[in-house]
Design a protein around this ligand. Structure first.
Ligand code: GLN
Length: 554
């Protein structure tokens, strides 16, 4: 787990703060609304960052089950965080750090450690001011060096866990200049049976906010449609904001269209005016337009990709799904992700896998669903179906090759079968003594050396790449030579660790696996090379061999 520096805060930096709270219920997409607003501010020339507050007691998301909570997102510094940080990184095209995810566990742990160290000697340590001070410190530090910082409070106003945070925000606003702070409240506006947009839930949640001393400046109504003017007026009247501070946020098919919708509603302009930065914004003609071009381009064709995992919850593989979408944006095709549950193979899910144009096996832990994934990899390898294996999907490709090509019966990962006669995947040596589960894997960005002339070199166009990791096991060095002699090429290495595997172009049109997770660095405007290669292989543009040309041109 990354350590936590306590730096001196420079008040000149991190000038403007947008706080985002949610009302009525969670899962309204307030993170996407906030990230979209941030994207537009960035397009207008501002440096924007974000902080996600998760009021749970876990120190970080690393120990949480993706089936309940969605994927664990990994940052470059190795922080294991809530998937919302992934959305901020993708929308804002920034690299965040562990400090940008504030959790109750982290805050209390830090304050209690300080108490044990004697830092508060003589004093009673309390939620107010010690916890609230620590929350404010974290926000200010994370904002440093940026023009605007968006702070999203997870959960819903009224949750007991969220109370210290809302109190901290109240104090924060009290300490800063009024035009440096903007409170945005995202709430639900449901329809009644007779088709009327109902504002009562919004009124109640704003009342709740006001009872703890927070008055929202902006209200965003999540509704299946745009809000009627009557609805906006009613919300304005009861919640004590001008009507033009009430914005619609209707359902859209694709989250990457939310920034366009926010812009159409004028939310970004309103925010800039309220924060008194509208005059510093770039003129519209000079604003960054790449996002809009990409997400509105006319696509030509579709690619079906089978994502063979063990969870039915799509959020469990969010970054992989998004990385496939980004590759689609780059290749100008629609990517349909077919969710294949490897535990439900070989029944109807198997045919779904067989009908797809390409197969991806993502990361994972534990034995459940393993056999179905190995079967899918074998199918891809034997039938020339483009394949991308990510972390566990890389490890299982090694296992499949060891079993079915080398004939090493029972070959497995020591994680999944302790008794295996051929542990081709084994625990990392530095993990032998590790007992704690939280933050102890090989985490974060590490450099991989890429062998020239390989598929990996052609994809990355360079002789190294730096991608994010999250694993405890790796290819067992005792099997390197045997696997390579049988045709499984390790084209990416990091010292003695195998990081990328591939099959030669004569053997397979596209078969590649990475011990790292390239999906975490993929952005809508900057797709990840292994994902782009997967689509190229499907579309018939040979992803192999570009490297030779690049070498000549150097
Ligand atoms: N369970 C495997 C390991 O710990 C793979 C991890 C992953 O896919 N993220 O090495």
């Amino acid at each position: 787990m990354p350590t936590e520096p306590e730096t001196d805060y420079d008040p000149e930096l991190g000038r403007k703060f947008i706080f985002v709270t949610g009302g009525v219920m969670s899962g309204l997409g307030k993170g996407i609304t906030a990230a979209s607003t941030g994207r537009l501010l960035k397009n207008a020339g501002f440096d924007v960052t974000a902080v996600k507050i998760d009021p749970y007691l876990n120190v970080d998301a690393g120990t949480m089950n993706p089936f309940q909570h969605g994927e664990v997102y990994v940052l470059k510094d190795g922080g294991e965080v809530d998937l919302d940080l992934g959305n901020y990184e993708r929308f804002l095209d920034i690299d965040m750090t562990f400090d940008h995810n504030v959790t109750t566990g982290k805050t209390y742990q830090h304050v209690i450690e300080k108490e044990r160290a004697g830092d508060y000697l003589g004093r009673t340590v309390q939620i107010i001011p010690h916890i609230t001070d620590d929350i404010k410190r974290r926000i200010r530090e994370a904002a440093e060096g940026n023009d605007v910082c968006i702070i999203e409070v997870g959960g819903t106003v009224g949750d007991i866990e969220g109370m210290p945070y809302l109190e901290a925000l109240r104090q924060f606003a009290h300490e800063e200049d009024e035009d440096d702070i903007l409170f945005t409240h995202v709430t639900l506006v449901p329809y009644s049976k007779n088709g009327e947009q109902k504002t009562k839930p919004t009124q109640h949640s704003v009342k709740e906010l006001r009872s703890i001393g927070l008055q929202p400046d902006v209200l965003v109504g999540r509704c299946s449609d745009k809000l009627d003017i009557d609805t906006k007026e009613k919300i304005a009247l009861f919640c004590d904001v001008p009507t033009d501070a009430v914005f619609s946020n209707p359902d859209v098919d694709d989250i990457y269209h939310v920034p366009l919708m926010v812009e159409e509603e004028g939310l970004d302009q309103y925010v800039m005016e309220q924060l008194d930065i509208a005059e510093e914004a770039l003129p519209e003609a000079e604003r960054e337009n790449r996002w809009r071009e990409l997400v509105t381009q006319q696509t030509e064709g579709e690619v079906d990709v089978a994502l063979v995992g063990k969870y039915d919850l799509e959020d469990a593989y969010m970054s992989v799904h998004e990385a496939l979408k980004h590759a689609g944006l780059e290749k100008n095709v629609d990517v349909n992700v077919e969710w294949v549950n490897s535990e439900k193979m070989p029944d109807h899910h198997e045919s779904r896998m067989r009908e797809a144009d390409a197969i991806v096996v993502p990361g994972g832990f534990g034995t459940r669903g393993t056999q179905g994934k190995i079967d899918a990899i074998r199918y891809a390898r034997e039938n020339d179906v483009p394949y991308l294996g990510l972390c566990l999907g890389f490890q299982l490709a090694v296992i499949e090759y060891a079993r079915n090509v080398l004939g090493l019966e029972g070959a497995h990962s020591a994680e999944l079968d302790e008794e295996t006669p051929h542990p081709v995947i084994d625990i990392l040596p530095e993990q032998y003594e590790v007992e704690d589960m939280g933050g102890t894997m090989r985490l974060g960005a590490h450099e991989t050396d890429i062998e020239p002339g390989t598929l990996a070199a052609s994809l990355y166009g360079e002789d190294s790449c730096t991608e994010r990791h999250r694993h405890r096991y790796e290819v067992n060095p005792e099997y390197f030579d045997e696997l390579e002699a049988a045709g499984l090429k390790f084209s990416g290495r990091s010292a003695n660790r195998m990081e990328i595997l591939e099959l030669a172009p004569e053997e397979h049109p596209y078969f590649i696996g990475t011990q790292f997770h390239p999906e975490f660095r993929s952005r809508p405007t900057r797709a990840s090379p292994p994902f782009v290669g997967l689509l190229e292989a499907v579309l018939g543009d040979d992803p192999h061999g570009v490297d030779a040309e690049t070498e000549v041109s150097h």
